[in-house]
Each structure stands twice: as C-alpha cells, then as structure tokens.
Design a protein around this ligand. Structure first.
Ligand code: PMP
Length: 461
C-alpha cells in the first residue's frame, strides 16, 4: 500500500477514508456518496482543506480549541514529556509530576472548595466517573438507595453507555440499549422552542421546578444528583432564562442533591470566566471538564470534586480508573495550555473585549428575515431560524432540513458553523480577533442570505 499523505488527490483520500474509517454521528453511506472534507492543516482560527481552501473555524473544532491552532509551545511540551516519561499510570500508589502539577493548577483555578481532580481522557469518561462517584458517595454515607441521577432532555453529556444515558438525546437513546437504570430526565429550559405563552422568567422558574417535582415524586432519599451544562452546547447553545439557575441551586441545597455541572464546553474561558459556573453563579459539588482543558491538543478530561465529596471517596477504595487517567503527556500539554490562557490574559480578553464585541455583532443578525432569537454567552452563541419571528414558528419541513441548508451555505462561504435542528451555533477559538469577528459575521450573513434565497426557490418558506 502506498503511503497515505496530505499530497494525495482529495478524491483518493476520500475513497480510502470511506473504505476503512467509520465516522462518529454520521450516516456512512451518505458520506461515501459525498466524500468527507479533508482538513490538512490549521493555524490560528483558520483551517486549510486538501484543496487549499482556508476556512474560518467558527466551532473551535468540536468546541475545544480555545487557544487556537498552531501553538508550538504545546508541541514542544509534548515532545519533551514523551522523551522524559511518555507514560506511567497513577494506579497502585504511584504518581508523576505532570498529573500532580495539573491537578494542583486546576484546584487553584476552580471555584469554591472544588479542590480534587479525578482524571479521564475526555468528557464521556469523566461523566461515567461522576455516575459511579456520586452513587458511591451516598452508599458510603449509609444511603445506598440514593442512586438516581436527574438530567435533562436534550442535554449532552457524552457517548459512552453511562454518559449517553445521562444525556437526553432521543436519537442516542434509540440505539444500543440506553439509558441505564436510575437515570431520570426533566425538560430543558428552552424558552424559544417550548416556552409557549409564558415570559422567559416564568418559564425558567417552571422548568427549574420540574426538578423539585421529580425529587418529590422519586423520593428525596432516592435522588443522588442533578447534572446539567451551564449553557446547553450540543443541544443548540440554549441559554436558560435568568430565573432558572438560582432556583435549581435552591432546590439542590434544600433536598441535599449533589449538583454536577458539566463544564466540558463552558470551562476554560468559553463563557468569559474560567468556568461557566462562575458566569452563572452556580455552586457545583462536582464539575466535569475536558475539551478546553488542553484546547483539544491532547485527549484529557476529568471530574473536579469538592472537599466534602473527596473526603468521603478518599475513605474507601474507589474501584474505578482509566489506563490514561492523568496521562503524563496529556497532563503536561494541558498545563501548558492553562499557562497560555492565563499568562496571555485570554480569558480576561474574552470577557472584557471579544465577547462583548461578538455579542453586539451577533445580536445584529436578528434583523435578518430568517433569524428569530439570538443568544450568546461569552464565546458560544446560537440563532434560531424561523419562517415567522413573531409566532416563533417552526418550519414545515422536518427539523434540521433548513439548518442543514444553512450549514452548507456557511461551508460554501468558508465558515464552519454547526446546525442543531434549525438552530445555528458557533463556538469559535477564544483568540478570535475583532477583525476575525467581522469576517465571521460577514460570512454568516452571506450564508443566511443564500439560505433564504434557496428556501424560497425550493418552496420551503
Ligand atoms: N459533556 C459535554 C457538555 C459535551 O459537550 C461533551 C462533548 N461534546 C461531552 C460531555 C463528552 O465529551 P467527550 O466527547 O470528550 O467524551
């Protein structure tokens, strides 16, 4: 077999890709017919594909490349660490400097008494840890029946059996025997789609109180934890009304329910603070982290755990762990990424400069005939496409038909923007400059115009 390289013609790479590579969340046959876009290089906020086209990455990969592409410092740290100690585990009473240093740094950055880290290779694994940890915690407290986790419909917490069960994605639950027992879902705080005649404030309270009702129905002595993303990401960048989180916090406090805040997307600067919990004033007992922890340069995640939970777990043998928990190369790279985020003031700049500028421009898209609500927190944003803003109407076509057309128009204009149903979402690298914000918005508007024209042409609105 000849070596497969960047220099091969795109069609050949696509054929080899479809012959042997199974893609996540993809209909393989459709992709084979169309051919995958081959990404060959990236620098800053721009990707380059195998045809040499430069594309503005409005999604920071999969919500993860917070410091942008092409940072040599991370490559150098990885090479140095690979030479010194490429691998060792943290089972059996051993440790190593990268894991020690990273855990200490995370404890320093994390709010409140979240001072302990259990490492994983990504968000799914970390949420699996959380399921087992909260159940083990309550069992150790003499309450083994307190083992139900409450989550939300349309939440995303990962793809493993445990984390996929925690998530509330119906398409995932339809395959492979999910959810596992003792996971319960309540409704999401998506006012645009589900708020009816209520004001956003009324709706936020009503949706938060579904948690209280679920606890009362299931029994306080049965519910171990509630898990949620500060801002739902994969569900469509859905920002809860202001009334939502204070009520959730009150309910968790009142009934002694552990609060797991899934910061996999919101963590490490995405919302303009180190953690979404700080932006939204939430007090978690456990935070799930991944993605921006290493800006995607290495696969690493973890659970950041309060003193109280850690004290109990530390009193027993927690029979849980991954070969790559605290992987030295991943840990060293993550630590370097955090150094860059901190020393270059990237999180502060997001909060004070880039995010306010992006917000102004993003909300400016609301004058487009296709755009209903525009939402943004920090550097994650969404817009709802609608045939009629006043009534918050949905399109007559299957959900996602219009969103997909819009995404294709974005691609054609060299902008990566994702669609979730008929919502468009962005989550660009945090290092996006103001001039690059302008490019993003200009391309988004052009894509919306082209989408609008196409919908009319095809009789879809
Ligand atoms: N939680 C959230 C909020 C996520 O967005 C994701 C990934 N998109 C995960 C968990 C799962 O993380 P991973 O894909 O690293 O397993």
């Amino acid at each position: 077999m000849p070596a497969i390289t960047n220099h091969m013609p795109t069609a050949e790479l696509q054929a080899l890709d479809s012959a042997h590579h199974m893609h996540p969340f993809t209909t393989g046959d459709e992709l084979t017919a169309k051919g995958a876009r081959v990404i060959t290089r990236a620098n800053g906020v721009y990707l380059t594909d195998s045809e040499g086209v430069e594309i503005l990455d409005g999604m920071a990969g999969l919500w993860c490349v917070n410091i942008g592409y092409g940072r040599d410092e991370l490559a150098e740290v990885a090479a140095r660490q690979m030479r010194e100690l490429p691998y060792y585990n943290t089972f059996f009473q051993t440790t190593h400097v990268p894991a020690i240093a990273l855990a200490n740094k995370i404890a320093e950055l994390a709010p409140g008494d979240l001072n302990h880290v259990f490492f994983a290779s990504g968000g799914s694994e970390a949420n699996d840890t959380n399921i087992r940890m909260v159940r083990t915690y309550w069992a150790a407290k003499g309450k083994p029946d307190k083992n139900i986790l409450i989550s939300r419909h349309n939440a995303y917490h990962g793809s493993s059996i445990g984390s996929g069960s925690l998530g509330g994605m119906s398409g995932m639950h339809a395959q492979g025997g999910l959810p596992i027992p003792d996971i319960h879902h309540i409704n999401q705080p998506d006012w645009w789609a589900e708020g009816g005649d209520m004001t956003p404030e009324e709706f936020g309270l009503a949706r938060a109180r579904e948690l209280e009702q679920a606890i009362l129905d299931l029994g306080e002595d049965r519910v171990a934890a509630f898990i949620a993303e500060p801002v739902q990401g994969a569900g469509g960048v859905i920002v809860a009304p202001d009334s939502y989180w204070p009520e959730i916090q009150r309910i968790c406090d009142k009934y002694e329910i552990l609060l797991i805040v899934d910061e996999v997307i919101c963590g490490f600067g995405r919302t303009g603070n180190w953690f979404g919990s700080q932006t939204l004033n939430i007090r978690p007992d456990i935070m799930t982290i991944a993605k921006g922890l290493s800006s995607g340069y290495q696969p690493i995640g973890g659970s950041v755990v309060s003193d109280e939970v850690a004290k109990t777990i530390d009193g027993l043998e927690f029979n849980h762990g991954y070969t790559y928990s605290g992987h030295p190369v991943a840990s060293a790279v993550a630590l370097e990424n955090l150094r860059i985020l901190e020393e270059e003031g990237i999180v502060d700049r997001v909060r004070e400069e880039t995010a306010p500028y992006l917000a102004e421009k993003w909300h400016g898209l609301a004058d487009h005939p296709l755009v209903g609500e525009t939402q943004i927190v920090g550097m994650m944003a969404s817009l709802a496409l609608t045939p009629d803003k006043a009534s918050r109407a949905k399109f007559a076509s299957d959900a996602g038909t219009v969103g997909l057309i819009c995404r294709e128009r974005c691609f054609a204009n060299n902008l990566i923007m994702r669609h979730v149903g008929d919502r468009m979402v962005i989550s660009p690298p945090l290092v996006l400059s103001l001039a690059e914000v302008d490019v993003l918005i200009e391309r988004a508007r052009r894509a919306l115009d082209e989408c609008h024209a196409q919908l009319k042409e095809q009789g879809l609105m």
